[in-house]
Design a protein around this ligand. Structure first.
Ligand code: BEZ
Length: 397
């Protein structure tokens, strides 16, 4: 009798394990899992939230479904820390079995997760991090960048500023990969047009709250302009402190355009006025696609979208179009990666294609000035540089 009960128990247990595994598997078959590796805490929190909001907006427009498969977003908080991002990335890939990863924001975090995504052949769509090398020497068919390379945003400003008669500049940026690459791209192009760099300083990343000592050194350089890059809380603090210090009375305040992103202007207010920068999106782009997107973003989130929102939205659009092009079959990661790299969209920022020789986006760069607006300062376009691409040096795809 004991033996009989043992076999019955064994049978029930084995059956329930097999049943739960097979139903989980078939449920998984009907779900498209998108893992995010974005900051939901730390200095770039608002950037991570903005990217996620807008990507989810693109999915909502499809009723969160592609070819009958539900889209599920699983969030991984990088905290803007490379080691944390690596742990979260491993979990999303091995435990959650995501089909696609979207992230990160920071260049240093992107460099840390690069080998993981390539070795596991997990398609990664970068919706921000600009580290040049990811679409140069360390490019991969599994990495597609729809945001920008650090070179792509800053090189045009070097040439543009020199041509506008600014003869000397002082460089200031956070001390990490992105800050260094952006300043290098600006410097090379500024110097190539005859500009002179009178000094440069790199502030401790995620730690600098008081820019006073740096502002004093910038001022005493007597340069025509300071060229900076900051984002998140550091951008808000830098712009407010530069304004209180009166730096704009002695030189032009210029830089990578994130420094006065529409995401930070509500906190910076009039202190942002007069800043000249470059970006891949500004809300004043006068196209139908942008008008529709802006209205929808405002309705859903109560604010004007920033470039981070557009990058998140376009990441969502690229995912949708790629999966549609495969009629919903995402079983082969290699095919999925190829489909992602073949997508071209005309979105809020203008036409967007993926450069086949690097998998970095080709896009317009907008040079703008922050001017007084009705309720809030706005970004007025001064120039549009069309179809800017990164050189993609060293990439063999
Ligand atoms: C970066 O680390 O690549 C980055 C972060 C914020 C804005 C732009 C670039």
């Amino acid at each position: 009798m004991k033996l009989f009960y043992f076999f019955v128990k064994y049978f029930i247990l084995t059956y329930s394990i097999i049943y739960s595994l097979s139903s989980a598997y078939s449920e998984d078959e009907d779900i498209i899992k998108i893992g995010t590796l974005l900051p939901y805490s730390g200095v770039y929190t608002v950037l991570g939230e903005e990217i996620t909001n807008a990507m989810e907006l693109a999915f909502q427009e499809e009723n969160n479904e592609i070819f009958g498969k539900k889209i599920k977003v699983i969030r991984g908080d990088t905290e803007v820390k490379p080691n944390i991002a690596l742990q979260k990335g491993r979990k999303l890939i091995s435990s959650n079995k995501v089909d696609i990863l979207v992230g990160p924001v920071s260049s240093s975090v992107a460099l840390a997760i690069r080998d993981l995504v390539v070795q596991t052949k997990t398609p990664l769509i970068i919706p921000n991090a600009g580290a040049n090398i990811l679409t140069r020497e360390k490019c991969s068919k599994y990495i597609t960048r729809i945001s920008f390379s650090n070179y792509q945003i800053n090189a045009p400003m070097g040439k543009w500023m020199a041509k506008k008669g600014l003869k000397s500049a002082f460089l200031l940026a956070p001390d990490y990969a992105a800050g260094k690459e952006m300043m290098k791209a600006f410097r090379e192009n500024f110097e190539a047009e005859g500009g002179v760099i009178l000094g440069e300083e790199y502030t401790p990343f995620r730690k600098t709250k008081d820019f006073g000592p740096y502002l004093s050194r910038v001022k005493s350089s007597n340069a025509d302009a300071v060229y900076v890059f900051y984002a998140g809380g550091e951008a808000i603090n830098f712009i407010k402190q530069a304004h209180s210090f009166g730096l704009n009375k002695t030189m032009k305040i210029t830089g990578a355009g994130w420094t006065t992103s529409p995401l930070f202007i509500p906190a910076q207010k009039d202190a942002a006025i007069g800043f000249i920068g470059s970006l891949n999106y500004v809300p004043s782009i006068n196209t139908n696609e942008n008008k529709i997107f802006k209205d929808s973003y405002l309705k859903n989130f109560g604010r004007v979208p920033s470039e981070f929102a557009v990058q998140g939205y376009d990441a969502g659009k690229v995912i949708i179009e790629a999966i549609k092009s495969l009629s919903g079959d995402i079983s082969k990661k290699s095919k999925l990666a190829e489909a992602i790299n073949n997508i071209a969209v005309v979105g809020p920022r203008g036409p967007l294609t993926i450069d086949k020789s690097s998998n970095n986006v080709i896009q317009n760069i907008y040079i703008f000035e922050v001017v007084k607006g009705n309720t809030m300062p706005t970004l007025k376009i001064l120039d549009t540089i069309e179809a800017v691409k990164d050189p993609g040096t060293g990439c063999n795809l």
